[in-house]
Design a protein around this ligand. Sequence first.
Ligand SMILES: [Zn+2]
Ligand SMILES: [Zn+2]
Length: 136
Amino acid sequence: MLAVVAARATCDRGRSGAIIVYQQQIVATGYVGSPPGFPHCDDVGHELVNGHCVRTVHAEQNALASAARHGISVLGGTIYSTMTPCRTCAMLIITAGIDRVVAAYTYPGENGGHAILQKAGIFGGNVSPEELYAID
Ligand SMILES: [Zn+2]
Ligand SMILES: [Zn+2]
């Protein structure tokens, strides 16, 4: 399931996906992509600021936004993400009331997200991509 979601990402600097699960049910999914109505990196190229592409909404943010759009609570849920969340995503995840974060890879632009999740006590550890992609 996560592999399918991540494959939809529209920025090849990080084809990441995220799934939010609550009580064994997938309640929201997200992948790296531009906001609705905005052009995608795969079509128009990246928008780089300080070496990072800023055109896209991160997978975790898109999953949280998707839940918000559909009026679905993520309180007490688990988020499975291709990569460990960046600092902003980590803070949003905590604020949204997610209880646990599981990721396959360490985010290449790691900027403190991991430490914030650990401080909040919700980092559930890294798992192998195969294990992560087996979740459905
Ligand atoms: Zn991009
Ligand atoms: Zn992020």
